[in-house]
Design a protein around this ligand. Structure first.
Ligand code: WQD
Length: 351
């Protein structure tokens, strides 16, 4: 019998790519999602999951549920005996978190506390948590390894990731005999499944660079605003460690294998170790799409840092995982998704 894994936020960008990798690795994912960032498809399931079902020829158990609905969560845990939980659900827009900090603390922290308490009540003790390099704040050194100080987050969203990490660390300490947790600190996930059927589909104006560039390439946006070209980087624009979302998803499968050895609480950076600037990413997407991508230099964005990229060696050593795909493949897969779905999941054409 395939081991069951609860996937919170499994209708979203990273969550849905992890659902694919879970199924392909022989696990049985059960998805809960409140649709806060997932587009509804036929049968009122996230369109991303509906497409995965068509792609893989299987059906995926899905429950529309908000983690703030504690009784609803209890029901799912009563119905299934989960081997592990992968926790993606939460609000993730940096700018919005600055405007609505209490909303972000309530949704992200209370939702996570509910999940941890219901896991404990039902004897589910294996957790993979979707954390973020944003917990490092403005890097004191580069590349960033897992020993780099954390907590210097510059926005409420990043602070929620840090606080949730701390909750999990303390829970593992309190129940050291039983609890295993792997905290995965993502750098900048981009790209899409090679089928072009699922991908990143931000609702409204994209906050992040690559979805915005892709929408310029496909003609949905006129030009890209480059937020500052006066940083101390190779061309003055911001440098980030972009990682293919499928590589990232495979890192989650590698994390599940750690639970067999009762790993306790572990933290890993999921990045490639290589940084690329905004203008380098514009060029890479022009090459992948064959389209010109217009841009204008604009003032720096509040809270942005100049450079951020990972030291990925610990994940390679202990998880036996490293990123396989380079920038060309990331941009090629992103372009296939965006050109087949110019308005994201809403156009519903690719099925
Ligand atoms: C990348 C670079 C911008 C948009 C954020 C979150 C982080 C994580 C990833 C969740 C920067 C520049 C961007 C644009 C631009 N999310 N840029 N024009 O800021 O590194 O990280 O997303 O975990 O928590 O903080 O990613 O894609 O927003 O920006 O010039 O329209 O692109 O200044 O240098 P970021 P990003």
């Amino acid at each position: 019998m395939a081991e069951k894994v609860l996937v919170t936020g499994g209708g979203g960008y990273v969550g849905s790519h992890c659902v694919v990798e879970l199924i392909e690795a022989g696990y049985c994912p059960v998805v809960v999602d409140n649709f806060s960032n997932a587009v509804r498809g036929e049968g009122d399931v996230p369109e991303s999951l509906r497409r995965i079902e068509n792609l893989l020829g299987i059906s995926i158990e899905f429950h529309e549920l908000d983690l703030l609905d504690r009784p609803g969560l209890e029901k799912i845990f009563k119905k299934h005996s989960f081997f592990a939980v992968m926790h993606f659900a939460g609000l993730k827009a940096v700018g919005e978190s600055v405007e609505k900090p209490l909303h972000y603390y309530r949704v992200n922290l209370t939702g996570s506390m509910n999940l941890l308490e219901v896991m404990q009540a039902h004897g589910v003790r294996n957790l993979v948590f979707s954390s973020s390099a944003t917990v490092y704040g403005d890097p004191q050194r580069l590349p960033i390894d897992e020993q780099h100080p954390v907590g210097g987050c510059t926005n409420p969203y990043g602070k929620t990731k840090y606080f949730i990490e701390e909750m999990i660390v303390d829970q593992c300490k309190a129940e050291k005999q039983d609890w295993n947790a792997v905290l995965l600190r993502y750098f900048n996930p981009i790209g899409a499944h090679s089928s072009g059927l699922i991908g990143e589909d931000p609702q409204g104006i994209p906050n992040n660079l690559l979805p915005y560039i892709a929408q310029v390439a496909v003609g949905r946006r006129k030009y890209l605003k480059v937020f500052g070209n006066d940083y101390n980087t190779l061309d003055g624009t911001g440098v980030r460690d972009y990682i293919h979302v499928v590589d990232l998803a495979k890192g989650h499968i590698a994390a599940l294998r750690m639970f067999k050895d009762n790993c306790g609480c572990k933290v890993y950076n999921l990045g490639t170790g290589t940084g690329y600037s905004v203008l380098q990413m514009v060029k890479a997407m022009e090459k992948a799409s064959g389209r010109e991508i217009s841009y204008q230099i604009a003032p720096r964005r509040e809270g942005d840092i100049a450079s951020c990229y990972a030291d990925p060696r610990l994940a390679e050593k202990e998880l036996g995982w490293k990123a396989d795909f380079g920038i060309e493949k990331m941009c090629e897969d992103l372009w296939r998704w965006q050109s087949k779905n110019p308005t994201g999941f809403n156009n519903g054409t690719a099925s």
